[in-house]
Design a protein around this ligand. Structure first.
Ligand SMILES: C[S@@+](CC[C@H](N)C(=O)[O-])C[C@H]1O[C@@H](n2cnc3c(N)ncnc32)[C@H](O)[C@@H]1O
Length: 356
């Protein structure tokens, strides 16, 4: 967990550790120092992901609008950004993992995902716990429990992803250069408790009306609310054109959020039972320059801050040039950085480009 001091007279607040492609958690101290130099009050985190940066803004006392097009991330935004005070009592967790007489449980995960990501016993546990969570009435309790469930599910996955049918990797008797066998073997309930405790600890009130949204950023209505600054950390393409399709990598978590309709949303042609793809301007390296242009055009009335890195498509220079066609004053801050989940050993150059 990362510690913050909101200000001298408030208690220390903490953000949970997560494993997510492109998370900026480790860059928070550097990003904080750059954002402290800019004047703004209301901020939109357009590609919110884990919520780490939205949480930084929250800790700085800003009014924060968190957005992500994945529903699973939206619940994280609800739990950690919008939520001011609701925690989920750890003593109630046992009940979440138990069968309740009044519920007639479905067994989608046990049937559809047999042998794909988790063991039969784990699939059964997931079927039960998700159907109990989706019935929780308080939206913040429900969001915190989804958050804990997602973390438990990710921790038990090789590479922390759902991009392949590879349950066997957890059990092959081989020397591994990746992953953590002990965590893979830890029961879901135990990982859930650890994550929920961290989530509970992160809940705090910055005395602002913060909000979580679940939109494709191009559907955001710029006229509906006052915003001073938009922070953009969009999906990144390497210089070879390899990108991160978040909907595809995290489809299992999305399915958990749509449990009752999940079987109708699956692309059964795929071995790993991913969801039928949804259209997204950030999934095609050939269109990504246009996507940046459309993004900056749409939000040109606000301060625009973009997290980016080298080497990528487009290059840092190209992103600056696109932004310069909408903004007069551009500043670029740099720091060396290596992403945890990248396979390459070489360090990248992380930049924060700000157009005012
Ligand atoms: C690089 S990650 C953001 C990481 C985040 N800053 C953090 O520290 O965790 C990009 C995020 O953009 C989201 N995303 C992708 N396409 C989107 C779209 N069209 N509109 C809104 N969010 C989108 C993905 O779901 C993903 O969470």
């Amino acid at each position: 967990m990362i510690n913050y001091n909101l200000n001298e007279d408030t208690a220390k607040i903490k953000f949970p550790s997560t494993r997510y492609q492109g998370s900026k958690l480790k860059l928070l101290p550097w990003l904080k120092s750059v954002f402290m130099e800019i004047e703004f009050d209301i901020v939109l985190d357009a590609f919110g992901g884990t919520g780490a940066i939205a949480y930084l803004f929250k800790s700085l006392g800003k009014r924060v609008i968190y957005n992500d097009y994945l529903v699973s991330n939206y619940y994280i935004g609800k739990a950690l950004i919008e939520n001011k005070s609701v925690k989920y009592d750890v003593k109630k967790i046992k009940g979440l993992f138990q069968i309740k007489a009044e519920i007639s449980y479905k067994d989608f995960i046990q049937n559809i995902f047999k042998g794909i990501y988790y063991t039969d016993e784990e699939n059964k546990t997931l079927d039960i716990v998700v159907q109990n969570i989706m019935r929780l009435e308080n939206i913040y309790e429900k969001s915190l429990c989804y958050f804990a469930l997602f973390q438990a599910c990710l921790q038990k996955r090789p590479f922390n992803l759902f991009h392949r049918k590879n349950l066997n990797l957890r059990f092959n008797d081989v020397k591994r250069s990746f992953g953590n066998k002990r965590t893979w073997d830890t029961p879901i309930q135990q990982l859930f408790i650890q994550a929920l405790e961290q989530g509970n600890e992160s809940v705090f009130d910055n005395r602002r009306e913060n909000q979580a949204l679940n939109l494709n950023i191009f559907d955001f209505k710029t006229t509906s609310d006052r915003i001073d600054l938009i922070y953009c950390d969009p999906p990144y393409f390497s210089n070879k054109g390899v990108g991160v399709d978040y909907h595809s990598y995290y489809h299992f978590l999305e399915g958990l959020c749509h449990y009752d309709h999940w079987p109708d949303l699956i692309d059964y042609q795929t071995k790993h039972r991913r969801l039928i793809p949804v259209k997204n301007q950030w999934n095609d390296p050939k269109n990504v320059v246009l996507a940046f242009d459309q993004l900056f055009n749409k939000f040109q009335d606000f301060i625009i801050a973009v997290s980016y890195r080298n080497p990528g498509i487009p290059s840092i220079r190209e992103v600056i040039d696109i932004l310069a066609s909408y903004k007069k004053n551009i500043s670029v801050s740099r720091t060396p950085y290596k992403y945890v989940l990248t396979t390459k050993k070489n360090q990248t150059n992380e930049v924060l480009i700000i157009g005012q």
